[in-house]
Every structure is written in structure tokens, then in C-alpha cells.
Design a binder for this molecule. Structure first.
Ligand code: ATP
Ligand code: MG
Length: 403
């Protein structure tokens, strides 16, 4: 559709989720004799007191401890998490230092926190997108609820934790990601891959690799042009955009879907190999009812619902600091409980969010210390945790079928 040669696999497919290794697989150094001081068993025993609250197992059993080395009173090891966006990273490090430091004979504890994001999703993902570990769609029941705003800010928030992040604007009828990143009018950059095939070079904004139909003609010359694509073209067009972009190695590729659960969205949900979907809703009943329909539609398609976000959840007045629940409040949390899907968090209705979007810099990048940015950070961490959980209870196949 875009006249590029089909990109063949030129990268090593990401590893499948490994079986959880037992403690014996977590160390490299031989076990010193107890008479010489602290032993490896002592250290692993102390570290086994630390639970991962999301995965609900101790970090030794989860295989997080790597490169354990003991040299008399000095103990060094790595804690390898399943995401750099782990919400309890700092707490785990603190506990590891405290518990190991309290062992008799330990004089110095050296801990380094690392991460290895695991691939979650259907087997086709590794084939279609070698190098991309997780593809997360952002969807909504209805339009205008802040889906693109959430997608853009979650991408920036995940990147700020150290993750490698891409963002695909799959809203072919109303691509807004170029505008949110101040990239309106950017033209496509075509590169040649080592195997001679051609691919789009993503534009990079705030560390995020971005591609959008908005970068292609005629939209890059005139964003007001309508895109007149019918059903099958939507699926094949976005599939090409997805596959013919040189994403490189990504921990998370966020996909901003078109609004609603019409033909375009559902076709895309079946075309793109997804790790899961995040549903954005406003709190008022009418919006929430439609969000629940979207939730059920994705569940019908066997796409994992990673969670619901309540956007425009409340408003804090500049002058009086009083909180106003303009569109009601808390409905998305209740819906999440009712349908047994995770509730990822709530975002305030804030002129800072709208103004920063309009200025071409997502609020997480523009005002990282603001209350609004911190709310996005919390949601990004909750999302990353859900991806990690999904990785440990992964379904093998996501069947494609129409509903
Ligand atoms: N939390 C918020 N506070 C204030 N304004 C917001 C917030 N979230 C989104 N907006 C604003 O609401 C408008 C719609 O947001 P956005 O474009 O992200 O919605 P959308 O669901 O992607 O829309 P569409 O369905 O058209 O794709 C934008 O002007 C955006 O800046
Ligand atoms: Mg949008």
C-alpha cells in the first residue's frame, strides 16, 4: 500500500518467556564454606524474604537474582526485574541491602538494579515484529475521551523509566500523534535495511520512536485532507505501517487505536499482534457504559485487557484547591472491579494536560514534576506491572475470529 518492499526478518526474535528458574540457576560463584563467613545460601535465604507484590512470589524463586558474588564480607548481586518501570524498585533495593547487610559477617552489600522486559503476546508477534517485546493498544469506547493524550504520555512515562518505547498512531482517520509531539508536517524517511528491503525510519520525539499515517502524503502536506479508506484497507494499511517501520529493539510499542469498537478498531485489534489493550474512559455513566462495551468486545476477541484508565476523573481548582468531580468520579474503578480487570489509575482534568498537548510536548515531558505527570507515571508503572503479570500467565495463542 505504501510502495515499500516487504520487510523480512532481519533481527533475532525476542526470547519466549523463560520458565521461572529455581534458586540454583541464579548464581555463578561457587558456594563458599560456612566457616569462611556468609554463604550463598545465607544470602539467597535473606533475599527470599522479599516478595514481588505483583507476581506474588519471592524474588529468588522468580529468578531475579543474578551474578551473586561473595568475597569475604563483601556481597554483590544484581536484581533483574521484569520491567524498568517496576513501582517497587526502590523499595526492593532498600530491603535487599537491609536483609543481606544484617547477615553475620557481611560488611558491604553491592546491589545493582537491572531489568529484562519479557515478550508477552501471540506467537505471531515475534514473526511480525522481531525485536518488539510488547505491543500495547490504547482504545476507548467513544471518541474524545483522551486516548491519544494517554497513549502519548504513557509512552513518555515508560521511556523515562529507562524502557525502549515506540508509538504507532493507528488512528488512520484522525491521526493526532504527530501534533502531540510537535511533528506535524514531518515527511516519511525511507531507509534501506541491510537485507536490501526498504522500511520507514521512525521519527524520534522525547526518546520515543514514532510512526503515523499523518507522516505520509497527503497528510504530511495537508493534515486537513480526509483519509478515505474502507474496511480491508484499514487493516492492511496499518499492518504495513506497523511491519514496515524499522522499530529496532523495543520493550513496549504503544498503539493509539481509532475511537470506538467499529470495524476499523476491531480489524486492527485482530491484525496487530497485541500483548493487551488499555481502555480509556471518562467517569460519567454514559461514557463508562460505552467503555464497558469496548472492554467486552476486546475480551470476545481474546485480547487481554491490561486495565482501565479513568481520564478527566476530577478537577482541582487553581484558586481554591478544591476538588470538583465534574464528570462524576470513580465509575471506571467500579467497572474494573465488576469485570475483574485491573484499574490502572485516574487522571485529573487539567488545562496543563490540554495546553502541553496543544504545544506539542506531552505533559510528562514538559512538566515531569507536576501532579498530572506523576499521575501518568503511576499509571505507566501499573501498566508495566500488568504486562509482567501477563508474561507469567501467558496464553499461548490469540485466535483470530470475527465477532
Ligand atoms: N486529562 C485531561 N485534561 C484536560 N484535557 C484533556 C485531558 N485528556 C485529554 N484532554 C484533551 O481532550 C481532547 C481530546 O483528547 P484526545 O485527542 O487525546 O482524545 P481521543 O480519545 O484520542 O480523541 P479521538 O477519539 O478523536 O481520537 C484534547 O484536546 C486533549 O488535549
Ligand atoms: Mg485520538
Amino acid at each position: 500500500m505504501f510502495g515499500l518492499g516487504k520487510k523480512t526478518q532481519n533481527k533475532t526474535a525476542p526470547p519466549a518467556v523463560p520458565a521461572v528458574p529455581g534458586p540454583s540457576a541464579t548464581h555463578a560463584a561457587p558456594m563458599p564454606s560456612a566457616t569462611l563467613g556468609v554463604t550463598e545460601q545465607d544470602v539467597l535465604g535473606a533475599l527470599a524474604r522479599i516478595q514481588d507484590p505483583d507476581l506474588r512470589r519471592d524474588i529468588v524463586a522468580l529468578g531475579f537474582i543474578k551474578d551473586l558474588a561473595i568475597d569475604r564480607g563483601r556481597v554483590a548481586f544484581k536484581i533483574e526485574l521484569t520491567t524498568p518501570a517496576c513501582p517497587v524498585k526502590g523499595e526492593m533495593e532498600r530491603m535487599a541491602r537491609e536483609y543481606v547487610g544484617a547477615l553475620p559477617g557481611v560488611e558491604k552489600v553491592e546491589v545493582s538494579m537491572t531489568s529484562q522486559v519479557r515478550a508477552v503476546g501471540p506467537a505471531t508477534m515475534g514473526l511480525m515484529l522481531p525485536g518488539v517485546r510488547n505491543v500495547i493498544a490504547v482504545a476507548s469506547g467513544k471518541g474524545g475521551v483522551g486516548k491519544s493524550t494517554v497513549a502519548a504520555n504513557l509512552a513518555v512515562a515508560l521511556h523515562s523509566t529507562g524502557a525502549r518505547v515506540g508509538l504507532l498512531d493507528a488512528d488512520i482517520y484522525g491521526p493526532s500523534i504527530p501534533g502531540l509531539f510537535g511533528m506535524t508536517g514531518r515527511k516519511p524517511v525511507i531507509k534501506e535495511l541491510p537485507n536490501g528491503e526498504q522500511a520507514f525510519e521512525p521519527h524520534v520525539g522525547h526518546g520515543i520512536k514514532i510512526n503515523s499515517i499523518g507522516f505520509l502524503p497527503p497528510l504530511c502536506d495537508d493534515p486537513m485532507q480526509p483519509v478515505i479508506w474502507r474496511g480491508p484497507m484499514v487493516g492492511s494499511g496499518v499492518k504495513q505501517l506497523l511491519q514496515q517501520t524499522d522499530w529496532g529493539d523495543l520493550d513496549y510499542l504503544i498503539v493509539d487505536l481509532p475511537p470506538g469498537t467499529g470495524d476499523a478498531t476491531l480489524t486492527l485489534a485482530q491484525t496487530i499482534p497485541l500483548s493487551g489493550v488499555v481502555i480509556v474512559s471518562q467517569p460519567q455513566e454514559v461514557a463508562l457504559n460505552i467503555a464497558v462495551k469496548a472492554l467486552k468486545a476486546f475480551q470476545e476477541l481474546k485480547v487481554k485487557v491490561l486495565g482501565i484508565v479513568e481520564n478527566m476523573s476530577y478537577f482541582v481548582c487553581d484558586n481554591c484547591d478544591k476538588r470538583h468531580d465534574i464528570f462524576s468520579h470513580g465509575g471506571a474503578r467500579l467497572a474494573a472491579e465488576k469485570f475483574e480487570v485491573p484499574f490502572l489509575g485516574e487522571l485529573p482534568l487539567s488545562s496543563d494536560v490540554r495546553e502541553s498537548s496543544d504545544s506539542g510536548t506531552p505533559v510528562v515531558a514538559l512538566k515531569p514534576d507536576s501532579q498530572q505527570a506523576l499521575a501518568f507515571m503511576d499509571i505507566a508503572k501499573a501498566l508495566a506491572a500488568q504486562v509482567s503479570i501477563a508474561g507469567f500467565s501467558q496464553r499461548k495463542v490469540i485466535p483470530l475470529r470475527a465477532i
